[in-house]
Design a protein around this ligand. Structure first.
Ligand code: ZN
Length: 1054
């Protein structure tokens, strides 16, 4: 090893120049990570393939400025030099550097790191008078030459740079080592990769623009990091995440403080940031430091319903109580993501400075400021939605500068809108790659997948001993879970079994499939499609516990006392099962009730055999229900909550198409199955927590904060009901009592309000919080996790691995892989929680998109579908918030307009605008005009007209307009309910299909996909089942609201 000195000239964040001398050791052997290596390098981990035409070595400037292009997964054989990585650290900071490091670790990207400055023969000593840049270039070039020689000339090496002088100087120094520009590189090697070319030109333009910035200040400078940190420590500044109010994005933002002690009650947990100057270039989601303004400058939030386009000065906006108000003095962390923007129409492009071609684009998300893009495509892109990234926001600029990344398509087209929703929620679901699909087990008609005898040897074989069956919605193809029950010891013992698809047998930790599943964290359900977490060959076939097929499972078997049903013994382990019956809920319930049901699996049997089998199955279902009732009763005693239930169910045919939506009968069998799954999840949670007290993945549901219940309590009180929120049991009991026999909707709305007041259930690592916080409030269980759906939730995959490790530990075997540490697991929990919120959000927003598409096609003045019954569920200063049960939508209904007119009801209930005034009370609002006084009470039924407010740059929104202060007279409520919603969904699916057919190209009829392709493709068939299952929660829940004040404002603007 040779010792050298390396001198670094660094700049501190305050701009001071620092000279650092580092001792530097050179080695002969530094891994090259190439599969062509003949020199015996210690190439541990990812290696570059040998069957490429060349390797590519980007210089420092390219890695600093054009890294986004190198991130295309299509690009192969990229060698990052240590020199370039350090360059990124110094020019772009830690965040960008970490991003590069993660890329280097990610096996889905074909790139490696070469520690060129440690390699004896590629290292270059910096020469006297040589600039840092010149030296870096020499280092990178020397590394490129080293590769060519090290691989004995078997692989050409291309160095890419944006510096023409470097090309002139180095391009012909060495055979086999080429030096070209990025553009030339893309043209020569990736001419098909249009997206990369477009991104390249967009970055170029952004960089050129940056050089010609003006210098007049629009904002005050941000304070440097050291001053911010010291100020936060001393309490002068407050740290928190900036949250922009989407209904008043220009003016109103707030900072939710982090780690501010509860003692400081005066500050509560929120600081208002009013206006653009005070926001000082902070973007929604950034972590900022704020300084409080003097109390005399504090203000309140606006509490009036905002109509349509916000931001208009409205004289009679009422403000709430003044609250702590501050200004942003510095940014601790930028949390910029990809944003979808719309290019302005031609007229306004022309009025913007034409020659510079700098365009102010409008983000889809109201909370994001306009972003300035330099482009020559402004004309071609108008009316398109485009993905952009923000590059910088200097104090001299009113708007942030950015560059476009790719074009999504024309605004308003279905595919564009769906992609927009995904990108806005940071959901990236590319088709599964070939490399990933090669990891899948083989399964073809010629060579069907079979159980492996070596697996049978190490698993408990339940195929002959246990009657296993599944109960799912009709048409379900991904069967995660099956059940069994049998009597042992002469009837003294009942054995209950839950058998879950053994996904982790097929998805090994760290495989490409695992990484992709981890990144997605869940299957995403949109209104017209779903994006699976796992390839279909697993989710719909080999992992799916289909009837009559041998499958691997992870099982939990309980031995219960037949009399008391107390748990005597629990067994956890891997099994082989064969499900005898794949039942749907209705059939299972019919059998349970003693009715005749056609069981497909038994049709071929003689009637005697059939009767015997039926009796056996019926008996099993009865025992199961008996056990589930007992379990449920136990949880009820503990205070389990029954929140708003499912009310619509999709019926699927054999092709998995939706044929109808039927109001879901609340069948007991639903509860039975759910109860068994809850039981399994609970017992697995106990097991993994015992085995790994500090590093198990559990799920908790924190108790709600009492103040969130005020709306629920007050609303119920106005109708004479008392809601007791002191405990989950008290809440559950009092919700059960709050029933108006005349109006079943009242109880439903109260339950929705209760749901809204709840915290969200979350995953966590057992080492991260104290044990008294493990409690699952909604289920009334001390420990809980997710184990029963590994096909569509990554948390369950992790839990399966933990359970396997716990079983191994118990039997003295050392676990196959090292367990994640508490810190890693907590990060994972955080990631999954975030993705789950995103999944809920896309489901909600895509439902709204489809609602809008449905109503957009209709004339609100003529079409009877647009008039519907609604219920008032909250009172505001200038109107009410209403819920439309028929379509599961909610929105504001204004009683006062901008001209100061109010809505008054005539004799027949019909409403019209009159000059007058409104008066708000706690449980009602009245309008007074010449016609008289009209009152709208909480929970009263009104009739509304639904129309769509179109928006060019943002999502369309639903408009509710008061028609009458009486209930809507139509068909009986029950029928209308199912009829209306099913019509909406069917209509929307039809539109979606037509649109996607059009999008696929009118010219050619696509050849039918091969079976393999169908399997590997992501499912695009509409699967509304799960969507509908959650529609009720979505309809009233606004996920962004976590603080009381925000909650208020969101409900207000709902
Ligand atoms: Zn080597």
């Amino acid at each position: 090893m040779i010792k050298r000195e390396k001198i670094l000239h660094l700049k501190s964040s305050r701009g001071r120049k620092v000279r650092v001398v580092r001792e530097h050791y050179l080695r002969e052997r530094v891994p090259c990570y190439s599969s062509l290596c003949l020199a015996g390098c210690d190439n541990d981990g990812k290696v570059l393939p040998g069957d490429l035409t060349h390797y590519v070595v980007p210089d420092v400037g390219v890695v600093v400025d054009y890294q986004e292009i190198l991130e295309f997964r299509e690009l192969q054989g990229i060698i990052y030099t240590q020199t370039a990585c350090q360059g990124v650290y110094h020019c772009k900071g830690r965040r960008q550097y970490n991003r590069l490091r993660n890329l280097l670790k990610d096996p889905r990207h074909d790139c490696v790191l070469f520690a060129n400055e440690f390699q004896e023969f590629s290292f270059c000593q910096r020469e006297n008078g040589e600039s840092q840049e010149q030296w870096q270039t020499r280092c990178v070039y020397s590394a490129a030459v080293w590769y060519y020689n090290h691989l004995a000339g078997m692989m050409d090496v291309v160095m890419i740079t944006e510096d023409q002088d470097i090309i002139a100087r180095y391009s012909s120094l060495h055979t086999g080592v080429y030096v070209i520009s990025v553009q030339e590189y893309l043209q020569n090697f990736w001419s098909e990769l249009r997206a990369a070319h477009e991104l390249y030109s967009s970055i170029c333009q952004a960089l050129q623009q940056k050089e010609s910035e003006c210098t007049e200040k629009e904002f005050t400078d941000h304070l440097p990091a050291e001053i911010l940190e010291a100020g936060i420590k001393s309490g002068r500044y407050i740290q928190g995440t900036l949250n922009v109010n989407k209904h008043r994005a220009q003016t109103e933002a707030s900072v939710r403080t982090e780690g501010l002690s509860d003692k400081n009650t005066e500050l509560s947990s929120e600081v208002l940031v009013y206006g653009n100057k005070h926001r000082n270039r902070a973007v929604h989601g950034d972590v900022v430091a704020v300084e409080l303004l003097p109390k005399s400058e504090w203000r309140g939030k606006v509490s009036t319903l905002t109509e349509g386009q916000p931001e208009e000065k409205n004289g009679d906006d009422t403000q709430s109580q003044p609250m702590p108000t501050g200004c942003v003095v510095g940014i601790l962390q930028r949390n910029w993501r990809d944003y979808v923007v719309t290019f302005p129409p031609r007229e306004s492009t022309q009025s913007q400075s034409r020659n510079s071609q700098r365009i102010l684009t409008v983000p889809w998300d109201h909370r994001i400021p306009k972003i300035r893009i330099s482009t020559q495509q402004a004309d071609a892109l108008q009316d398109h939605r485009v993905v952009v990234r923000i590059d910088s926001w200097e104090s001299t600029s009113l708007y942030p500068n950015g560059h476009s990344v790719r074009v999504l398509g024309r605004a308003g087209e279905l595919e564009t809108e769906v992609q927009t929703i995904l990108i806005e929620n940071c959901i990236h679901v590319p088709p599964f790659s070939d490399a990933q699909l090669r990891e899948m087990p083989a399964n073809s008609p010629e060579k069907p997948w079979k159980v492996d005898p070596s697996q049978v040897a190490v698993r408990q074989d339940l195929r002959d001993s246990h009657l296993v069956f599944s109960i799912d919605p009709a048409g379900c193809e991904d069967v995660d879970d099956t059940l069994s029950v049998r009597s042992l010891a002469g009837g003294m013992v009942l054995e209950l079994g839950v058998h879950i698809a053994d996904v982790t047998h097929f998805v090994s930790q760290g495989s490409l499939t695992d990484l992709e599943a981890h990144a997605r964290a869940t299957t995403y359900y949109l209104a017209d499609r779903r994006y699976d977490m796992l390839p279909a060959i697993l989710s719909a076939d080999i992992c799916s516990l289909l009837g009559g097929l041998d499958r691997y499972a992870m099982s939990v078997l309980w031995e219960l006392d037949a009399q008391t049903l107390a748990v005597n013994n629990v067994w956890y382990g891997r099994t082989v099962i064969r499900s005898s019956y794949q039942l749907d809920y209705e059939l299972a319930q019919a059998l349970l009730n003693g009715e005749q049901g056609e069981v497909a699996e038994l049709t071929r049997l003689s009637s005697r055999e059939k009767d015997a089998k039926l009796a056996e199955l019926r008996q099993a279902l009865q025992v199961l229900t008996h056990v589930a009732r007992h379990l449920r009763a136990q949880r009820d005693q503990g205070g389990a909550l029954e929140l708003e239930g499912v009310e619509v169910r999709a019926q699927l045919d054999n092709e998995k198409n939706i044929t109808a939506l039927v109001p879901r009968q609340p069948l007991e069998i639903h509860e039975t199955v759910a109860e068994c799954m809850i039981f399994a999840n609970h017992w697995v949670a106990r097991k993994i927590h015992e085995a790994f007290p500090h590093q198990a993945l559990l799920r908790h549901h924190p108790p709600p904060r009492q103040e969130f219940f005020s709306q629920l309590v007050d609303s119920a009180k106005s109708r004479g009901f008392t809601i007791d929120t002191r405990s989950n049991k008290a809440l559950a009991d009092s919700l059960d009592q709050a029933v108006d026999p005349q109006d079943p909707l009242l109880n439903r709305l109260l339950r929705m309000m209760a749901t809204q007041a709840m915290s969200q259930a979350m995953y966590f690592s057992t080492g991260a919080i104290s044990q008294d916080q493990y409690y699952h409030y909604g289920l009334a269980l001390d420990r809980y996790t997710h184990f029963t759906s590994p096909i569509r939730r990554y948390a369950d995959v992790v839990v399966h691995r933990l359970l396997t490790a716990a079983i191994d530990l118990e039997s003295g075997r050392s676990p196959a892989k090292a367990l994640a540490s508490n810190k890693e697991l907590e990060e994972l929990a955080h990631h999954i929680n975030k993705k789950n919120r995103a999944a809920q959000q896309v489901q909600k927003v895509s439902t709204e998109l489809f609602q809008c598409l449905y109503f957009k096609e209709r004339d609100p003045d003529k079409d009877q579908c647009c008039v519907a019954d609604a219920v008032v569920y909250a009172i505001r200063d200038n109107g009410v918030l209403a819920f439309v049960p028929l379509y599961g939508m909610k929105g504001p209904v204004y009683l006062k307009n901008r001209d100061g007119q109010v809505l008054s009801a005539g004799q027949d209930g019909g409403c019209e605008w009159q000059s007058g005034s409104v008066h708000r009370y706690s449980d009602r609002i009245t309008t007074t005009s010449l016609i008289g006084i009209t009152t709208f009470t909480l929970f009263s039924h009104i009739t509304v007209r639904i129309s769509i407010q179109s928006s060019r740059c943002h999502a369309d929104s639903v408009n509710l307009e008061l028609v009458s202060n009486r209930p809507h007279q139509s068909v009986t409520l029950g029928q209308a309910q199912s009829h209306g919603r099913s019509q909406l969904v069917q209509e929307v699916v039809r539109i979606a299909e037509e649109a996607s057919q059009q999008a696929r190209g009118k010219a050619t009829r696509q050849p039918k996909l091969s079976r393999e392709e169908q399997e590997f493709c992501q499912s695009k068939s509409p699967n509304l089942y799960l969507l509908l299952e959650e529609i009720r929660e979505l309809s009233l829940m606004d996920l962004e609201c976590t603080t009381p004040a925000l909650r208020q404002s969101c409900i207000l603007n709902a």
